[in-house]
Design a protein around this ligand. Structure first.
Ligand code: NAP
Length: 350
């Protein structure tokens, strides 16, 4: 790793900077108080071009001036920075991220490849910041830290206060996932217009497995997975951004609707205590309105980092059912990864 001279901000790079998640990193990091983007990288298709020419920009504001003319580099570990955010396609992310970690970089990844590795934290700072310690077990000079799948994140944040206060035995979840979750160009318009596709490759497994690691107990250097039972069904719907999930839960205790709402509304954790720049003021917002949450209206709530919940009702099969919404590109990807990096800085893991 090259010597990095730290002035005020920490230099960072983005692997996969041209993709849907990469573009969100660019937007969110443009005015970040701690991080300064120095390097952008992507595939051979983009290498050598300036960012504004290589990218099919989907942001609502123009490309931040400081990044528009940066030349795209290959994904080789010779960046002038310390932290590398990865939003690489999963077909290549695994190997490239390892190469960077072996060369001493801290890789903060969105990709699935290393999420379930024994020594890699699958980090949600509101839930399992203690798991960061797993990086000490990694064999390379650098580190790899991951954030969960974009549909896992809404579910685990909604479940966390229920697990802590009442215990959760079983969960059934049906997702309605946005198009941007499939990257760009994603699915063909003729497949999606006037349609819902009841299959997203690998997604149901991630939604059933990742929470067990996220809710795992970390003690004496080892992680013991949670035993919660989850059944997931995933659908792709014609919404641009924001994953909606219909959830039913069986709890360990008998509780009232009022107690559940209070557990969600009072939920606050480490990122809020530490006042991390990307942290939502409130991780969970409960809406009483029958028609909410909706992707179009609530996905950007609290910087796009909050999870919106509504429609809490008793269930005749489970105990309760409700609906959750989270922004797949922000809380479920770039924003979540930035929060992870902020936690690592604050807790001195760099
Ligand atoms: P995307 O829009 O398809 O972008 C993929 C990125 O990977 C592009 O920058 C692309 O560069 C780069 N890439 C592709 N092949 C490469 C290669 N051989 N070498 C180097 N770079 C290569 O996908 P995305 O939606 O941003 O997702 C990125 C990652 O985040 C994926 O692993 C995905 O599973 C994960 N993720 C996505 C979401 C979401 O909501 N979209 C949420 C959570 C996690 P070029 O433009 O140069 O081809």
């Amino acid at each position: 790793m090259k010597n990095v001279s730290l002035k005020n901000k920490i230099p960072v790079g983005i692997l996969g900077a041209t993709g849907m998640v990469g573009q969100k990193f660019i937007e969110l990091l443009a005015n970040h108080p701690w991080f300064n983007v120095t390097t952008l990288a992507a595939s051979e298709r983009s290498v050598g071009q300036v960012y504004k020419k290589a990218v099919n920009w989907h942001g609502t504001a123009p490309i931040p001036a400081a990044m528009a003319n940066l030349k795209i580099k290959p994904c080789k570990p010779n960046f002038d920075c310390q932290i590398v955010f990865s939003s690489l396609d999963s077909s290549v992310a695994g190997k490239i991220e390892e190469t960077f970690a072996q060369s001493g970089y801290t890789v903060v990844s969105n990709s699935k490849n290393h999420r379930m590795d024994k020594d890699v934290p699958l980090l949600v700072p509101e839930i399992n910041y203690q798991h960061l310690d797993l990086v000490k077990k990694q064999p390379h000079q650098g580190k790899i830290v991951t954030n969960p799948n974009c549909s896992t994140i809404g579910l685990v944040i909604a479940l966390k206060p229920l697990i802590d206060n009442f215990g959760v035995k079983e969960v059934s979840v049906v997702t309605l996932q946005a198009l941007s979750g499939a990257g760009y160009p994603g699915l063909a318009s003729l497949d999606m217009l006037d349609n819902v596709i009841p299959f997203i490759s690998g997604e149901e497994d991630k939604l059933e497995d990742e929470p067990l690691k996220i809710f795992g107990t970390y003690s004496k250097g080892a992680l013991k997975y949670h035993d919660i039972k989850i059944s997931a069904q995933c659908n792709r719907v014609a919404v641009s951004h924001g994953h909606l999930e219909c959830v039913s839960v069986k709890l360990k205790k008998k509780v009232s609707i009022k107690e559940i709402k209070a557990a969600w509304q009072n939920f606050s954790s480490e990122p809020q205590r530490l006042d991390l720049p990307m942290a939502p003021k409130q991780p969970i917002y409960y809406f009483e309105e029958d028609f909410w949450p909706q992707p179009k209206f609530q996905r950007d709530l609290d910087k796009g980092m909050a999870v919106s919940i509504g429609r809490l009702q008793p269930s005749s099969v489970f105990d309760y059912k409700f609906v959750i919404l989270s922004h797949n590109l922000i809380r479920g990807a770039a924003g979540g990864a930035i929060l992870n990096a902020e936690l690592m800085v604050k807790k001195k893991y760099l």
